[in-house]
Design a protein around this ligand. Structure first.
Ligand code: UDX
Length: 478
């Protein structure tokens, strides 16, 4: 690291994990930090860059510089890309295993080369590396270039804590214990008893030899040498878990990390062309539409998709359904039952992608059938929309527990075992969307929105935590 000068602003290289659910909060973290006086060099993979600029090609956004619009407002955010080790045209959704292998074994060499170049050429000098917690190399690279290592955790603190204390789960026989242990995990510091089925899928699965497991094991070894952890959660949402973590790591809850004003971002982050649903939504009564989306990455089993579609047919509820082109698989482009679209004409709209923030804040939306990705969960709370939960992978099972069991701002789509049938689907859709039976969830989510709003007020916890982080970081640099 060049000799730090207190006159210089801190300069961070921020490397986003290359899946959309991580890129989106990373983009908004970059803007937040730049607003606090940081110079940011934002690094996207070439593959994500290619997809977002292709999806934005019909809009007015500048294709080669995703932050162009933001920079016009005076923020110093530079933008560059790096190879993840695979050709840009490689289908990462279809060949997920190869993609993960490349992130585990090949990506770090490309990152190292790029960081060396940025460090050599940049003014002001680079002072820290901000990298997603799921990367397996940040502390090694930070050490090599004498940079502070800031880890960015995009999921709830509860999820971080369970991974962080994996050794305790192993010791007590709750690790990789899918369907074999029914007793609760009640010994993780700051975590009230949690049932094993509510832990992340990677902690439950019996086969721990997968590439995702290797990434998690390595990443949570790495995290022990991070100088700071920034988390997209809110102190008041998870007070005990966050306090307990702070005894182990310098952990700062600075969420929710949203686009300023919670309006459609000026940084184009969509991977697919967005459909404009405003007119259609305008034609629907207040709180009458169920919004359905399973995020940007996970796949849904065709059999489950059919139960959901057939369940919708049993209701009279209006719905707006985002069906990504690869939602079942990029090889199955027509996963809905024959005749479905005709049968729901007028009350159902099916689109490949949208601006979720614009949709969720539309007054016609009354519920969100979600896979419980953490971004979707926070966005739903902010929009005061209760959730119908259908978790599929990773942290989504744990997020579901927070939403349904702890915060009571939603209900499950399936039965208590997570199985879904068309009858169960239609029963639960009606329960959430009905004015009377859905009222308790609406009022609970309104209360929760206030917690998020307060955290972002001048003296709110997330604003204060960000100030403490900047203060402590500067103390370490200068
Ligand atoms: C992934 C993981 O699956 C999730 O569990 C983890 O918490 C974060 O990383 P993803 O599955 O994409 O994320 O879900 P989610 O976290 O909900 O993020 C999806 C993002 O895409 C949201 O910010 C949402 O606003 C956006 N989106 C989704 C759109 O802009 N348009 C859409 O049509 C659908």
């Amino acid at each position: 690291m060049a000799f730090p000068n207190p006159q210089h602003p801190p300069h961070a290289i921020l490397i986003a994990y290359p899946t959309l659910g991580h890129v989106i909060p990373s983009v908004h973290l970059a803007i937040k930090l730049a607003s606090c006086g940081f110079v940011i060099t934002f690094v996207n993979t070439q593959s994500i860059h290619h997809q977002t600029s292709k999806a934005a090609s019909n809009s007015s956004h500048h294709k080669d510089d995703l932050f162009a619009a933001v920079r016009d407002s005076g923020l110093d955010i530079r933008y560059t890309t790096v190879s993840d080790g695979l050709p840009v045209a490689f289908d990462r959704s279809l060949h997920h295993e190869e993609f993960m292998q490349s992130l585990l074994h090949v990506f770090s060499a490309h990152v190292e080369e790029l960081v060396a170049k940025i460090v050599k050429e940049s003014v002001p000098p680079v002072t820290c590396l901000i990298a997603d917690t799921f990367f397996v190399w940040p502390s090694m690279i930070a050490k090599k270039f004498d940079l502070l290592h800031v880890s960015f955790w995009t999921e709830p603190a509860l999820v971080f804590s369970l991974y962080y204390h994996m050794d305790l789960l192993r010791k007590n026989g709750h690790f990789a214990c899918q369907d074999t242990r029914k007793d609760s995990v009640d010994y993780i510091p700051g975590v009230k008893a949690i049932h094993p089925k509510d832990m992340m899928s990677y902690l439950q699965e019996k086969d721990i030899s997968t590439v995702c497991h290797q990434i998690i094991f390595k990443a949570f070894k790495e995290i022990r040498s991070a100088d700071f952890v920034l988390c997209n959660s809110i102190q008041e949402l998870e007070p005990h878990t966050i306090s307990a973590l702070q005894a182990h790591v310098p952990f700062f809850a600075v969420g929710p990390i949203f686009p300023s004003g919670f309006i459609k971002s000026t940084v184009p982050t969509s991977l697919w062309l967005e459909s404009d649903c405003t007119q259609w939504l305008d034609s629907k009564p207040h709180a009458s539409v169920l919004y359905i989306s399973f995020g940007s990455t996970v796949h849904v089993a065709k059999s489950d998709l059919l139960e959901i579609a057939n369940g919708l047919l049993l209701t009279h509820v209006n719905f707006l359904w985002v069906l990504r082109p690869d939602v079942v698989s990029s090889e199955d482009q027509h996963p809905l039952p024959d005749g479905f679209e005709e049968a729901v004409r007028g009350r159902g709209m099916i689109i490949p992608w949208c601006s979720q923030i614009e949709v969720l804040t539309h007054p016609a939306i009354g519920g969100f059938l979600s896979h419980c990705g953490w971004n979707s969960t926070l966005e739903s709370i902010w929009s005061e929309v209760p959730l119908l939960c259908f978790p599929l992978l990773t942290d989504q099972f744990t997020n579901r527990k927070l939403v349904v069991d702890d915060w009571r701002i939603g209900i499950n789509l399936g039965d208590p075992c997570g199985m879904i049938s068309k009858e169960e689907v239609s029963k639960n859709i009606n329960r959430l969307m009905d004015e009377k039976s859905g009222a308790e969830f609406k009022s609970a989510v309104r209360e929760m929105k206030k917690i998020l709003e307060n955290a972002l007020m001048t003296n709110g916890s997330s604003v204060k935590n960000m100030e403490y982080f900047v203060r402590d970081l500067k103390t370490k640099i200068f």
